[in-house]
Design a binder for this molecule. Structure first.
Ligand SMILES: [Fe+2]
Ligand SMILES: [Fe+2]
Length: 191
């Protein structure tokens, strides 16, 4: 019934590679949060850039590839859509979206001069970072290996095409590299 793959799919490799960028963004997010709490000028702009990365690169694109392509493929291969590992991942994506909303609300208030909102931003950022780090660990060590093992032979190429389509639709051609550059820049700024 299942393909018994012993290799690693290109698609899960791509997602794992994106996780490295996400982890870097989480470290930057926490540093930006600390700087905001200390009232450092110019940090609001940087916080906005990190939020754009989290919204577009992480949520729309990376989670988009998982939710629209990888998870449905797993369900089709027999993994339960609800209650099982896929259901847990979906719930965590939603939880992450709530923290992103909280961070954005706090930033809007901060931009309006309510400096006490830095603490709300930091709290949401910490929760988000903790959630995503654990989420990534589960995907890298459980869900993706399951996909490598279960997905039918020949799915890889088709999924790679679908990933590319999502990237073009949700992020825009060339923008993916721009995001990596932005992350590198922020990483240098917040050493
Ligand atoms: Fe995920
Ligand atoms: Fe992921």
């Amino acid at each position: 019934m299942y393909g018994r793959n012993v290799w690693v799919m290109q698609c899960t490799e791509e997602l794992k590679h994106e996780h490295q960028a996400v982890l870097k963004a989480l470290a930057i997010l926490e540093k930006v949060g600390r700087a905001l709490e200390e009232g450092q000028t110019g940090t609001l702009d940087d916080a906005g850039r990190v939020m754009e990365f989290l919204t577009v690169f992480v949520d729309r694109c990376h989670h988009g590839k998982e939710e629209n392509i990888l998870f449905p493929a797993l369900v089709q291969a027999g993994v339960p859509g609800e209650g099982g590992p896929v259901g847990v991942m979906l719930t965590e994506h939603d939880e992450g979206r709530r923290y992103i909303r909280d961070m954005k609300d706090a930033l809007t208030a901060l931009t309006g001069g309510r400096r006490e909102k830095a603490a709300s931003f930091v709290a949401a950022a910490r929760n988000y970072a903790e959630l995503l780090r654990e989420h990534i660990e589960k995907e890298d060590n459980v869900l993706y290996p399951l996909a490598d093992h279960l997905l039918p032979l020949g799915t890889d190429e088709e999924m790679a095409r679908e990933f590319q389509r999502i990237e073009n639709e949700k992020v825009g051609a060339g923008k993916h590299e721009e995001f990596h550059r932005m992350l590198h820049e922020l990483d240098e700024l917040y050493r």
